[in-house]
Ligand binder design. Structure first.
Ligand SMILES: [Zn+2]
Length: 279
């Protein structure tokens, strides 16, 4: 590199250097008035001291880089989901922990805790099963976990089990879709056990569970079935699938109590009456 060029670069850097928030130190160099670290460096053979980053500037720079990496990861993950086409159901996107009406419930606490410890749990392939009657909020919580992790740049998807089977049956190249599903950081199968129990459905679900197990990738499952029904399925053809699932997702979170939707009903009816009666 030619010396004139180098001097030009240095001169430019010095002219553009931000000297705000600095104090002159005993070493004759400018120091940051916040962290005290030098903001200049003497280099042999160069007349003027050169600007360098102090600790706060380094921290800010690293923070900005991390934010940029996260934005890119979130963007890439979103593109990847869109490539899954009809398997991606944006209806689940609305479910977030901030909209949880019962954040103190045991199930909510466990769901948030699963999301918070996901990195560690993912490496162990540890999933979770939300079991309970219709309307207890299990799909909502599973979708909250997926969306929370997606916000952190993880590649996650929640999909209705029945829809998965219908869509894959109509597609020609199902292996490509199955591979994509198998490689996600987290896959949530919503409402397992409500699908039509055909041999095709069972084979597909077993294939999916097995490929994810092979890669140590966790599954979230929501189901109306109880822990007992998962252990001893009425339809014996499900025995192997449920057995695999329970081993992959040993934590079963049981949601009880009256249906949340039913609890909501009187309030919604009153709301509706108020609108109608206002004329
Ligand atoms: Zn500083």
């Amino acid at each position: 590199m030619n010396v004139d060029y180098l001097n030009g670069v240095i001169k430019n850097a010095l002219a553009n250097a931000d000297r705000s928030g600095t104090v002159l130190g005993e070493d004759g160099l400018l120091h940051c008035s916040v962290c005290g670290a030098p903001r200049e460096l003497r280099v042999e053979g160069v007349k003027e001291p050169l600007p360098v980053m102090c600790l706060c500037e380094k921290e800010q720079y690293e923070r900005e880089q991390a934010e940029k990496r996260l934005r890119n990861a979130v963007y890439e993950a979103k593109l990847e989901l869109e490539r899954l086409g009809p398997l991606y159901d944006p209806g689940y996107d609305r479910c977030t922990f901030s909209k949880d009406k019962w954040p103190e419930s045991r199930a909510s606490v466990k769901a948030r805790s699963y999301a918070a410890h996901f990195d560690e749990l993912r490496d162990k392939g540890q999933g979770m099963i939300f079991s309970g009657p219709v309307g207890t909020g299990k799909s909502f919580l599973a979708a909250c976990i997926v969306n929370e992790l997606r916000r952190k740049g993880k590649r996650c998807l929640i999909l209705s089990t029945a829809r998965l089977i219908t869509v894959l049956r109509e597609l020609r190249d199902t292996q490509r879709q199955l591979d994509a599903l198998a490689s996600l950081d987290l896959l949530a199968l919503d409402d397992l056990g409500a699908e039509r129990a055909t041999d095709y459905a069972l084979e597909l679900l077993e294939n999916l569970v097995d490929t994810r197990a092979l890669r140590d990738r966790p599954l979230l499952v929501t189901t109306n079935l109880t822990a007992r029904e998962l252990r001893e399925p009425q339809d014996l053809r499900y025995t192997r699938l449920f057995d695999r699932l329970s081993r992959l997702s040993p934590a079963i979170v049981a949601l009880q109590g009256p249906s949340l939707r039913a609890q909501d009903r009187p309030a919604r009816a009153a709301e509706m009456r108020a609108v109608l009666e206002a004329g």
